[in-house]
Design a protein around this ligand. Structure first.
Ligand SMILES: NC(=O)C1=CN([C@@H]2O[C@H](COP(=O)(O)OP(=O)(O)OC[C@H]3O[C@@H](n4cnc5c(N)ncnc54)[C@H](O)[C@@H]3O)[C@@H](O)[C@H]2O)C=CC1
Ligand SMILES: C[C@H](O)[C@@H]1OC(=O)[C@H](O)[C@@H]1O
Length: 252
């Protein structure tokens, strides 16, 4: 589904981003991954993609810094000649109560999750417009764009923001043939919620809320992201795809 395409993914050394990177390579893409700190997992992601017969590079950088986006796109163009797909995935969720939320935790969460997505999407779009043959942007938002979380008052607004960013960029970039969509994962077992879900009672409660009967795995996101990235979704833009095992619709 992505034969001959160059796919860029942020925060792709672990979790959903990594699963999407491997999924894109399985569908024929060359892949550039951005990662923050973890050199080992980034190198093993590159090795896994190369073992599939595709090309891969890993570029270290903090997405909260706007220059990281320019550098990431430039490095991908140097390596592969073009950018066809950007998956903006990097994110953090440091769970904390509202009333005593530290200012630096709020600011960092906004900067990584929302500013990071904004500048990555902008840098990719600038390159796609220059190339002149369209492209696809997929942002990893969340079910949390639609519902709240007591210990996520700094996080859920960033995910609503990412969802909204895709709606507005779908309009701004449609004339260039660039599609912009988001995926809204439910609760997926990754590093981001390892500590939170170590609480067995909470984990069992979350599991019971999912009609499909289990929490998600990173691979559950790979297919939806590859689909939105691919030409199979040629007339899909400004859309948001819930990937939550049915959790959102489960009122009672
Ligand atoms: N796991 C879940 O239940 C859900 C996750 N999401 C979103 O999925 C995305 C991926 O998270 P997961 O795979 O779950 O967790 P994860 O912790 O495995 O992945 C997050 C990735 O982002 C990277 N990252 C963090 N800060 C960064 C920075 N400043 N610059 C560059 N990279 C940075 C991390 O190193 C990590 O590789 C996040 O945006 C998260 O908000 C959305 C809904 C549910
Ligand atoms: C990190 C949380 O477990 C996860 O993040 C989200 O965006 C989901 O809504 C879950 O709360």
């Amino acid at each position: 589904m992505l034969e001959g395409k160059t796919v860029l993914i942020t925060g792709a050394s672990t979790g959903i981003g990594r699963a999407a990177a491997i999924g894109a390579a399985q569908h024929g893409a060359d892949v550039a991954i951005n990662y923050a700190n973890s050199d080992g997992p980034a190198a093993s992601c590159v090795a896994e993609i190369e073992a599939l017969g595709q090309r891969a590079i890993a570029v270290k950088g903090d997405v909260a810094d706007p220059q990281t986006a320019q550098d990431f796109v430039a490095r991908a163009v140097d390596a592969f000649g073009k950018v066809d797909v950007m998956v903006s995935n990097a994110g953090i969720c440091p769970f904390h109560a509202f009333l005593d939320m530290p200012v630096d935790v709020v600011e960092r969460t906004f900067k990584v999750n929302l500013h990071g997505a904004y500048f990555m999407v902008q840098a990719a779009a600038q390159q796609m417009v220059k190339q002149g043959h369209g492209g696809s942007i997929v942002a990893v938002s969340s079910i949390s764009a639609l519902v709240g979380g007591e210990f996520q008052t700094h996080y859920t607004p960033t995910k609503a923001g990412v969802h909204s960013l895709m709606q507005s960029t779908a309009i701004a970039l449609g004339r260039h043939g660039i599609r912009c969509n988001s995926v809204l994962p439910g609760t997926i077992l990754t590093e981001i919620n390892k500590d939170d879900l170590a609480d067995i009672e909470k984990r069992e409660y979350m599991e019971k809320r999912v009609p499909l009967g289990r929490l998600g795995a990173p691979d559950d996101l790979a297919g939806p992201i590859v689909f939105l990235a691919s030409d199979m979704a040629a007339y899909v833009t400004g859309a948001a795809l819930l990937v939550d095992g049915g959790m959102y619709v489960n009122l009672q």
